[in-house]
Design a protein around this ligand. Structure first.
Ligand code: GDG
Length: 740
């Protein structure tokens, strides 16, 4: 089994200082239970935040790092300010309410994005540092949405899983976020994206389609030429442990005490983290409604409501807590008699055994969140009921409802319906209770957290293998190598001729080609490499010579414009043209292409010396893609018999002179620098002519996705730059002097 690198906001252990001593305590929770076993089996590591390390002395920090390492965990340190901005403000203050459909709770002026990005970057760097080829990476939850994309940039060929523990809302809602595009693109760096339910997975695919213009093929999203699998993996609990607790002697003793204390009253239990998504006020109101409507319940039912304190540093949670406190007070004031109190409210965290006793003692569990990714409490209630008794009243807006259809499903916004179902649950005949609970237990016990984790990791493996296969056939780039592997393939050859495409190879593709000016890094790399005695550098582009000259003209490199129509060799001032005057086919081609530029909004025509290009990168692809098909057909018709060639490109349709393609440049470079090892790098179909023209011994590199004859693939322009950086740093002292 491949080694697993897990990343989540929190580590499964938290550090704190007690009486001057560093203490590491396990953070209880479903995620830790489910993944620790898997981590151990795969000899994996876990990366996350170990808690408030800014409170530690330098010596304690060193001790912490060692003790975390013993447990195969790596801490990502956050400052107090980062916790406030990345975690509380952005993750819990913006993403949490939005993902739970609570627009009302969004701040008027949302902030914290920079910290979110910075902390996500730190997680990604920690993953990349740990990564060894063959590892699997699994990133968790809404705090780390940018991490898959950031890791993919560095490790284009890695198997990366992402799981969201909360709901994914309709794209109509998600679009409200200013950073929707970045967040979606971040998640889409993954190989496999998992959600609790098919409905969240559906919403995510729709968001990718509607907000990023991605194509959807079945369950997969195509983004930047890569297929990303999106599926539902409903999380389970440690069912065996809860089943065991439900039969434990101590727990059963506690159950007895609880029942004796309740006297004749039957217990209804409600357990949550105190969070506004859990619908606690509405649940209280529904309980009140039941007492109003069905007076017989007043003396015979007691609600035990456990609300474990949560996120108390966030303002909205403090207010929420106050409103719950008040509501409990009001309802109790109204219905308490000398004999009974209807609501027993416990606002602290209870030990797990006491929780189990409550589950086991309660006739009804009332779990009615307004939105909940899954809701594990519902499953814990079921697993604890080894006696096959008890009724689950469950919100249909909890992810768990998709699996637990034998519960009494209710709409938490409909107080009457909730009240009525509470009554129905309390009056349900024993046979029906057993029947329903048996079905629920069958589901929960079989689909436990271990199975969930195994299923996800197995699916990730399969998806990754598939992605590598698909990449070889032209979709995606999971067969990409690392830049240093290409340097190794170049090996001992010291004298190099490097032929580079420009757009999509040296710089990322942008919506407006005129915005793709070379940045400082590109200029520095080209000038350093071009200045080395044994390296000749050539840039080949479909662009006009005026543009290449303006952007790169001052560098010690060769320039080749319009796919080789004109060349300016290293050290020369003059351009050499391979064709005289404008070609005859321009006359019939131009009016056809002008018509498309007029009719398709957002598209335009570019005229070069010996080429016409219709660009549609900024047009609506649903209109422009079919138009491009039609245009190609029309042009082929109109230009039949001429010496023009119609070629599709990356969101362009181009007509140019037949016989002039980037392949000729490779021939010319080879002739000019005989005896040098050729390195040819390009990203689109026009660059395939270079790969095809290159000799057997050449190192040919395709950048990004697409079917290719190149020997190697790199993930994107970042990797190309890394490759050039490595080549520029090769020890040049040992190189034999030679002339260019
Ligand atoms: C997020 C998603 C999704 C609660 N009170 C006490 C206590 N708990 C334990 C429960 C349960 C856990 O906390 C709560 O899990 P939930 O799933 O109900 O909810 P979230 O914390 O919001 O979790 C959720 C989950 O991630 C997993 O993906 O299901 O939808 O929101 O295990 O037992 N535990 C103890 N004392 C308490 O007082 N010991």
């Amino acid at each position: 089994m491949p080694r697993l690198i897990l990343a989540s906001n929190r580590l499964p252990v938290a550090a704190r200082v007690e009486r001057g001593e560093l203490v590491l305590a396990p953070t209880a929770g479903g995620l830790a239970t489910g993944l620790l076993g898997l981590q151990a089996r795969s000899s994996g590591i876990w990366i996350g935040w170990p808690g408030e390390t800014w409170r530690l002395t330098p010596a304690q920090r060193r001790e912490l790092a060692d003790r975390l390492a013993e447990r195969n965990t790596i801490g990502v340190d956050l400052s107090a300010n980062e916790v406030a901005r990345y975690y509380e403000e952005f993750s819990n203050g913006i993403l949490w309410p939005l993902l739970h459909y609570d627009l009302e709770r969004l701040p008027h002026d949302p902030g914290g994005w920079e910290a979110y990005e910075r902390v996500n970057r730190r997680f990604a760097e920690a993953i990349v540092r740990e990564y060894r080829p063959g590892d699997q990476i699994w990133v968790h939850d809404y705090q780390l949405m940018l991490v898959p994309g950031m890791v993919r940039q560095e490790l284009p060929g890695a198997a990366i899983g992402f799981f969201l523990h909360v709901p994914f809302p309709s794209s109509e809602l998600f679009r409200v976020l200013r950073w929707r595009g970045e967040l979606l693109a971040g998640i889409l760096g993954a190989t496999l994206v998992g959600f609790h339910t098919a409905s969240y997975a559906y919403h995510f695919r729709r968001a990718a389609a509607n907000l990023l213009g991605c194509e959807i093929r079945g369950e997969r999203v195509i983004f930047n030429g890569r297929p990303i699998a999106v599926g539902d993996f409903p999380m389970g609990i440690d069912a065996e442990a809860f089943d065991g607790l439900g039969q434990n002697r101590k727990v059963l003793g506690e159950v007895n005490r609880l029942q004796r204390a309740a006297g004749d009253a039957r217990l209804v239990v409600s357990i949550d983290r105190l969070d506004y998504t859990k619908g606690i006020p509405r649940r209280l109101l529904a309980f009140e409604r039941a007492l109003e409507r069905y007076p017989s319940l007043r003396e015979t039912v007691r609600l035990i409501m456990v609300a474990a304190p949560s996120r108390e540093n966030v303002g909205a949670y403090r207010e929420y807590r106050r409103s719950v406190d008040e509501l409990v007070g009001r309802i109790n004031g109204r219905y308490t008699t000398l004999g009974t109190t209807p609501i027993h409210y416990i606002s602290r965290t209870l030990p797990r055994e006491r929780l189990a006793a409550l589950y086991r003692a309660a006739s009804v569990a009332m779990i009615t969140p307004l939105r909940d990714g899954m809701n594990l409490v519902a499953k814990e209630y079921v697993a604890t009921r080894a006696d096959e008794d008890g009724v689950l009243v469950l919100s249909e807006l909890a992810g768990a409802a998709a699996e637990l259809s034998s519960a009494l499903l209710v709409n938490p916004y409909d107080l009457d319906e909730v009240a009525e179902n509470l009554r129905r649950a309390l009056q349900m005949p024993a046979a029906e209770r057993r029947e329903r609970m048996r079905t629920l237990r069958g589901q929960v016990l079989a689909h436990d957290v271990h199975r969930w984790a195994d299923d996800f990791v197995r699916a990730l493996s399969a998806e990754h293998r598939r992605a590598v296969r698909l990449a070889r056939r032209g979709l995606g780039f999971e067969d990409a190598v690392r830049p240093d592997e290409i340097v190794a393939a170049i090996g001992e050859a010291r004298r190099l001729a490097i032929v580079l495409d420009y757009d999509g190879t040296l710089v990322p593709l942008v919506a407006r080609p005129e915005d793709a000016r070379p940045d400082e890094e590109v200029i520095r790399l080209l000038s350093t490499l071009g200045g080395l005695p044994d390296v000749a550098v050539h840039v080949v582009s479909g662009r006009r010579r005026s543009e290449l000259e303006a952007w790169l003209g001052g560098l010690p490199i060769g320039l080749h414009a319009e796919h080789g129509l004109a060349s300016r060799f290293i050290g020369r001032k003059r351009w050499r043209r391979r064709l005289d005057g404008p070609p005859a086919w321009v006359q019939p081609a131009r009016p056809v292409m002008e018509r498309y530029a007029r009719e398709i909004p957002g598209s335009h025509l570019e005229e070069k010396e010996a080429a016409l290009v219709w660009h549609y990168r900024t047009a609506d692809s649903r209109i422009a893609e079919p138009a491009a098909e039609r245009l190609r057909a029309e042009l082929e018709d109109a230009l039949d018999g001429s010496d023009a060639r119609v070629t599709p490109g990356s969101r362009i349709v181009e007509v140019r002179q037949a016989g002039v393609d980037k392949g000729i440049v490779v021939g010319a470079v080879e002739a000019a620098h005989a005896g040098r090892r050729l390195v040819v790098v390009g990203d689109d179909t026009t660059d395939e002519d270079m790969f095809a023209a290159a000799p057997e011994t050449a190192i040919t590199v395709r950048v990004g996705p697409g079917r290719t004859v190149a020997r190697y693939r790199l993930g994107g322009p970042d990797q190309v730059r890394a490759l050039l950086g490595l080549l520029a740093r090769r020890d040049d002292e040992s190189w034999p002097a030679s002339e260019r």
